[in-house]
Design a protein. Structure first.
Length: 450
């Protein structure tokens, strides 16, 4: 049994250090891709919005050589999805972007003058000499993965299914569905003119080195899915963000809007999730690991389903609606595919997946440390598709935030960060902003961003 002290103790390593070190990775990358002129230094904020500063390649090379630094005003994690500042924002200091050069990507067949890199973000204040990492989801995930692999003596692989719909702007500025092809793997849906753009996306991704497992028509009409090959946790999420941007960028060149938003059109029942596959190897602690996640699933929803629109998917066969799991059962939130391999269906593309996965792995670790029993039946072997009297999942973001507030200390102890508490502050500042908007405007905004 792993001790609580080991779970909560400090496991900082050089890979999650306080400052960026010298790296030759960018120089070697540019040698392979000499057309690169600009580097987009990116991070994902607590509202799930990907933000960036773009620097010329000469500046980026200086960053990699540790000769220069790059920062933004103290707002990297202080903005809502509406671009409003939260009340707790401190105008002093700055947020320094520290590129992780292992995440470098370019699209040689699409926009070869650009590369992108994901960054850790650390706060520096004039009044406090030590750096503050308490906002950074990427840092939290590094800590959790390293701790999980050490304490559980296990390795994790993560993969994603990217579902998206294609929209166009109408004359009045509203978004309406563009593709009408029949979904659910129907070949006839591939004859829709829009499918040629999907093929273009896949070719761009393959040329960029992305592992595409399969792609097909999805949903009812006008929806598509691209399944990505599994990778280590950080690499999988870095690639997911790159894939999202590539899909949107390719369709934008054709005057269209590709969106992964949970439900772009209220009048249509069709929704989009972002199913996350997680596997643990060896799976010798899988029962307690799964029990830890199921026992905390309502609060995990605050991170995996971060907007009220996300909860329109909280129903059977979509995100699920009760705390449950089952072997090859898609009616419940967690489908077990094989021993130690699960599909998390209660997630969509509005999530900060770095933070969501850090919380999922933390919950699993807590289950292992406390040797929590798996009290939920395998719904793959019961008469009903889901437990009739199962514990319901939250139906609003506020309800799930309340659950997360009650247990955030446990998660933060594992992450060795105050990031969950800050996330709750951002989401609670964001809620009234969205509630003050017309419902259609909120749906339009999330469709545009995600």
């Amino acid at each position: 049994m792993v001790s609580n002290e080991s779970l909560l103790g400090n496991h900082a390593t050089p890979s999650s250090g306080t400052e960026g070190g010298k790296s030759t990775a960018l120089q070697e990358f540019v040698a392979l891709h000499p057309s690169i002129c600009f580097v987009r230094c990116q991070w994902q904020d607590h509202s799930g919005v990907v933000r960036a500063r773009v620097v010329p390649i000469e500046h980026a090379l200086s960053l990699a050589a540790n000769k220069r630094t790059l920062h933004v005003p103290p707002c990297a994690f202080q903005l809502t999805v509406t671009n409003d500042s939260i009340p707790e924002i401190d105008p002093r200091g700055n947020h320094r972007l520290i590129p992780d050069w292992s995440s470098l990507r370019t699209r040689p067949t699409f926009d070869s003058s650009y590369a992108s890199v994901m960054c850790r973000v650390v706060e520096h204040l004039p009044s406090r000499p030590e750096p503050n990492w308490n906002f950074c989801p990427r840092r939290a995930l590094v800590t959790v993965v390293e701790k999980a692999e050490k304490l559980l003596q296990a390795e994790f692989l993560v993969g994603f299914e990217v579902e998206f719909q294609v929209m166009k702007l109408s004359a009045d500025g509203s978004m309406v569905p563009f593709s009408r092809g029949i979904g659910r793997c129907a070949i006839s849906g591939q004859r829709d003119p829009c499918f040629a753009y999907v093929e273009e996306v896949v070719r761009v991704l393959q040329a960029a080195g992305v592992g595409v497992g399969a792609f097909q028509t999805e949903g009812d009409r006008g929806q598509y899915e691209i399944a990505l090959e599994p990778q280590t946790a950080m690499s999988a999420i870095d690639e997911l963000i790159f894939v999202h941007d590539t899909i949107k960028s390719v369709f934008a060149r054709h005057g269209l809007v590709a969106t992964m938003a949970p439900r772009p059109v209220e009048s249509r029942s069709q929704t989009a999730g972002q199913h996350m596959h997680v596997s643990i190897n060896p799976p010798n602690r899988e029962s307690s690991f799964l029990a830890g996640i199921l026992g905390r699933l309502p609060e995990l929803c605050a991170l995996c389903l971060p907007y009220d629109l996300s909860y329109e998917r909280v129903q059977p066969y979509l995100a699920g609606h009760v705390v449950a799991w089952g072997s090859e059962n898609r009616a419940v939130p967690i489908r077990q595919i094989k021993s130690g391999h699960w599909e998390f269906r209660c997630m969509d593309a509005t999530a900060n997946v770095y933070l969501a996965l850090a919380a999922v792995l933390s919950a699993g670790m807590m289950g292992c440390v406390r040797e929590e029993p798996l009290q939920w039946p395998d719904t793959g072997f019961i008469e009903e598709h889901y437990p009739v009297n199962g514990t319901p999942l939250p139906r609003t973001i506020e309800e799930s935030l309340e659950r997360l507030q009650d247990t955030c200390h446990d998660f933060q102890s594992v992450m060795e960060s105050q990031v969950i508490r800050h996330y709750i502050s951002v989401k609670r500042a964001e809620a009234p902003k969205l509630q003050s908007m017309a419902p259609l405007a909120v749906r339009h905004l999330l469709t545009e961003i995600f």
